[in-house]
Design a binder for this molecule. Structure first.
Ligand code: 13P
Length: 254
């Protein structure tokens, strides 16, 4: 049985004041909820503050990116070891915003995946098709290509203790979520693709859905057998909405 994971990707949002307030509110809202792992991924500069503010709670810490290098002359970068040092557990890689705005390739993302595993961190590998690719019927081919970059270099065993987030690019920040049936079909495909290499790992890997998840659509998404939680953007900035999503996952996956 897979344990659901709901993670908030704060993207480029936050302040010291917001970190303190949002975490205090989340701690209160989630104090009696179990049955779902919960994590938040604030911007790098607030990770240390968030870790301290989360102290004693069951909410885990995630980061939004990592460099492939561990140290040295790489101005502006943050290493996996540094993220580990401040208490990060999960690291989002391959987010479509990084693929688009920072031109990150499948190969670079696979390298990041390897570096994170080596550091003992849990990669949250984002994959998903654009609207054009979706309309051209290329959803499965795109997801397969993005998974293959990791499978080719690391094999299916790499997905043990790793997380995949299916985030159709057309659903991110648009308010236009995939329907539960649409998302389920792709999640099933993703699990099947990993199963071709290792059925045991495929059965265990957490596959989150991401893209306009909110308190209203979460329960139906989580009712699908291959949707193991969510990577939440906008709604993770509001404690009550995020807590509702976590509660829906805990309830659906009991
Ligand atoms: P929204 O929930 O704002 O659509 O963002 C999803 C996302 O990109 C999470 O990584």
């Amino acid at each position: 049985m897979r344990h659901p994971l709901v993670m908030g990707n704060w993207k480029l949002n936050g302040s010291r004041q917001m970190v303190n307030q949002l975490i205090a509110d989340l701690r209160q809202e989630l104090s009696s909820v179990d049955g779902c792992d919960v994590a938040i991924a604030p911007p790098f500069v607030y990770l240390d503050l968030a870790k301290h503010t989360l102290s004693g709670s069951r909410i885990l810490l995630g980061a939004q990116n990592a460099d492939i290098n561990l140290s040295g002359a790489f101005t502006g970068e943050t290493s996996a070891n540094m993220l580990k040092d401040v208490g990060t557990k999960y690291v989002i890689i391959g987010h479509s915003e990084r693929r688009t705005y920072h031109k990150e390739s499948d190969e670079l993302i696979a390298e990041k995946f390897a570096v994170l595993k080596e550091a003992g961190l849990i990669p949250v590998l984002c994959i998903g098709e654009t609207e054009t690719e979706n309309e051209a019927g290329q959803t499965e081919a795109v997801c397969a290509r993005q998974l293959d970059a990791v499978l080719k270099t690391m094999g299916a065993a790499a997905f043990e203790d790793s997380v995949i987030a299916y985030e159709p690019v057309w659903a991110i920040g648009t308010g236009k979520s995939a329907t539960p049936a649409q998302a389920q079909a792709v999640h099933k495909f993703i699990r099947g693709h990993i199963a071709k290499h290792n059925a045991d790992v495929a059965a265990k890997v957490i596959i989150q859905y991401g893209g306009s998840v909110n308190a209203g659509n979460a329960a139906e998404l989580f009712s699908q057998p291959d949707i193991d939680g969510a990577l939440v953007g906008g709604a993770s900035l509001k404690a009550d909405a995020f807590a509702e999503i976590v509660k829906a996952a805990a309830k659906a996956k009991k």
